[in-house]
Every structure is written in structure tokens, then in C-alpha cells.
Design a protein around this ligand. Structure first.
Ligand SMILES: NC(=O)c1ccc[n+]([C@@H]2O[C@H](COP(=O)([O-])OP(=O)(O)OC[C@H]3O[C@@H](n4cnc5c(N)ncnc54)[C@H](OP(=O)(O)O)[C@@H]3O)[C@@H](O)[C@H]2O)c1
Length: 327
């Protein structure tokens, strides 16, 4: 199959190229890509800061949505033409991509491929970190740092659909208002000089059961202070730095758990198991409209660099997508 894809020329330049993609192997699906999601890891990969695993494509892009174009051997449950969204092992910034069938979701009839492309990475990240590692229960409180991120906007809706109370942080009053509109019960501006006191005034110190933290750095001691007894703090990113000085007593006194993960580190089976579980638990909520991606911008595939530049600027809210139908 001929395809166009985005090549990393250097850390400042992405360019459109074309080549021939091999047919899908056993257990794989070829997808004609309508839209591809842009993720933070893509920027790190362009900058040479995210080593691509040996078994992954060096081409950018971790998630796509489109139509099934070809099936490898032993693939069941999919037909040519099915509308799907998938996590890919690289190669998403392209007009055709290869995904494992067990990393692919059938899209419900009321979710189009534009929204679909915003789902795989966020759904699986939140499912694994908040619901599997964090074991969030419906009568508990979740704190989401980065409530306006592609991941955060979905995390808030998944936790609300689950029945939990959701607290979030975002940068600036405008983003805080938008996070509140997504359903968060309480939102604080992380740029406030009095953030920890703002949490305390809202009676949230010692009240957070699960924290989804993409900030790290100096937020980590605050996470420990805000945690409820038996609280779980799950680290998925380090936007404020990968080093933190932590007071250990709260761990002893409140029996806290600090954990974290990366999707790639989960391995093929871990990701497949996660997809199976979230397909059952979360896709019905998405189909019912309780989990709806918030799309910030859609740019043509050939302008992938501008999509990444917007993400780096931090001005976006929600998800940035590439339209792979226009090149
Ligand atoms: N571990 C995993 O498996 C996994 C998977 C996917 C993503 N991630 C991580 O999750 C994070 C979000 O990814 P994304 O693709 O959704 O990116 P994104 O939309 O660009 O989100 C970045 C978020 O970080 C927040 N942020 C930036 N600087 C901050 C600071 N100094 N203090 C506090 N918050 C800050 C931003 O808040 P404002 O916009 O409000 O300023 C924004 O909400 C990234 O760190 C990414 O690496 C991890």
C-alpha cells in the first residue's frame, strides 16, 4: 500500500514523504487514517529525547482513527471498511497505519473518526493509571493535574461518568473555567502563589483518594499533603520536573502509594488487556455521550510541525489532531 507519512528531518523540521507500507502481519490491521492524535511524546521524539523501542516504527504518531483497509491473518472481529480507532506502535502521522487488532477499538455509530482519533491514548492512559493502578472507586475523590490536557479532559469525564468527585488544576482562569465546564467539581489555578492554601480553604487537604499527576517536581510534596488515608498518587508525566523532594512521614502516617506507568512500558499484552477492559467499562459511556473528546485544533498532516508547535506553546486546550485525508 502506498502511503504518505511525516518524516523527522531534524529537531526543527518535519516533512511529508511517501513510501510503500508492507501488508499487515498476522494479528494486525491496516487502517486508512482519517485523523491522527498529537501527543507530548511525539514532541520529545522529534527532539531526540524519546528513544523509539526496537519493535516500534520510527515514524511519529501513537494513535489514529479511520477505516480498516486490510486484515492480516488470524484477525477476528473486524471487516474491511469498519470504522476504528487504534493505538499504534509509531507510524500514526501517515495516510495508512498498521495497528494490532487487540489495540484497536470499533467506533460506535455516533462517534466519528475525528473524535475517535482523540480517544485511544487518553482512554488507555486514564484507564490504566486511574482505574487499574489507582483503583478509583465511585465514592472517592480524584485530583487531576493538567485538567485541560488531552489526557486530563478525558480523565475528568471518565471519572465523573464513574460517579467519582473530581478536583482539577489548570493554568489560568480561562482554562480553569473550561475544565469546570467539562464537569470537574472543583478547579484551582496552578499558577496561584497560594495553591496549597487554596486547596486547604476548599477542605481538600487530606481528602484526595487518587491523584493523576502529570506535573511531578514541586507538586509531589503537595500531592502527599492533599492525599487522604490510603491515597494513591499515580505519576504519568513530569511537566514540572522529574525530581522531587518528598517528606516521607505522610507515606507512613497515611499508608500512601506512589506509583506510575508509561503506555509503552505496559507491553503488548498489558495494552491489549487494558483495551479489552476499557472496551467493556468505558466505551458504552463514550457511546452514550458521557465521554466526549474536546478537540482544540485540527491541522492537515503536511502541517504536523505547526500542530506540535501549538502543543509546545501550551495555548491549546484538549486535543490536537492531524487531518490525514488532506496532504
Ligand atoms: N505515562 C503515560 O502513559 C502517558 C501517556 C500519555 C501522556 N502522558 C503525559 O501526560 C501529560 C499530558 O499529555 P497530553 O498529550 O495530554 O499533553 P498536553 O495536552 O500538552 O497537556 C500538558 C498539560 O500539562 C500542564 N502543564 C504544563 N506545564 C505545567 C506546569 N508547569 N505545572 C502544571 N501543569 C503544567 C498543562 O496545563 P495548562 O495547559 O493548563 O497550562 C497541560 O494540561 C504529558 O506530560 C504526557 O507526557 C503520559
Amino acid at each position: 500500500m502506498r502511503r504518505q507519512y511525516i518524516d523527522i528531518e531534524n529537531s526543527d523540521t518535519l516533512s511529508l514523504k511517501d513510501d510503500t507500507l508492507a501488508a499487515p502481519a498476522a494479528g494486525e490491521i491496516a487502517i486508512t487514517v482519517d485523523f491522527a492524535g498529537v501527543n507530548r511524546a511525539d514532541i520529545l521524539q522529534r527532539l531526540g529525547l524519546y528513544p523509539v523501542p526496537d519493535d516500534a516504527s520510527p515514524i511519529l504518531g501513537l494513535e489514529v482513527a479511520g477505516q480498516v483497509a486490510a486484515l492480516g491473518a488470524d484477525v477476528q472481529g473486524f471487516e474491511i471498511g469498519d470504522r476504528v480507532a487504534a493505538l499504534v506502535q509509531g507510524g500514526g502521522y501517515a495516510t495508512v497505519a498498521i495497528a494490532r487488532a487487540d489495540h484497536t477499538l470499533q467506533l460506535p455509530s455516533n462517534i466519528d473518526t475525528r473524535d475517535g482519533a482523540a480517544l485511544p491514548e487518553a482512554l488507555l492512559t486514564v484507564w490504566h493509571n486511574v482505574f487499574t493502578l489507582g483503583n478509583l472507586k465511585s465514592d472517592e475523590t480524584l485530583l487531576v493535574h493538567g485538567g485541560g490536557s488531552g489526557i486530563g479532559t478525558i480523565a475528568i469525564q471518565m471519572a465523573k461518568a464513574w460517579g467519582a468527585r473530581v478536583v482539577a488544576t489548570a493554568g489560568g482562569s480561562d482554562k480553569c473555567a473550561r475544565v469546570r465546564a467539562l464537569g470537574a467539581d472543583f478547579v484551582l489555578d496552578y499558577r496561584s502563589d497560594t495553591l496549597i492554601d487554596d486547596f486547604k480553604h476548599a477542605d481538600l487537604a487530606g481528602a484526595i483518594d487518587v491523584t493523576l499527576d502529570m506535573a511531578g517536581g514541586d507538586f509531589m510534596p503537595m500531592n502527599f499533603e492533599l492525599a487522604a488515608p490510603d491515597g494513591r498518587i499515580v505519576c504519568i508525566g513530569v511537566m514540572r520536573g522529574s525530581k522531587a523532594e518528598i517528606e516521607l512521614f505522610p507515606i507512613l502516617m497515611k499508608r500512601l502509594t506512589l506509583t506510575g506507568s508509561t503506555l509503552r512500558g505496559l507491553g503488548m499484552k498489558g495494552r491489549a488487556d487494558g483495551f479489552k477492559a476499557l472496551q467493556k467499562a468505558m466505551m458504552p459511556m463514550a457511546a452514550a455521550g458521557h465521554i466526549e473528546p474536546y478537540i482544540d485544533t485540527v491541522v492537515p498532516l503536511s502541517e504536523a510541525m505547526s500542530a506540535q508547535t501549538r502543543m509546545q506553546s501550551g495555548e491549546h486546550f484538549g486535543k490536537i489532531l492531524l487531518d490525514c485525508r488532506q496532504t
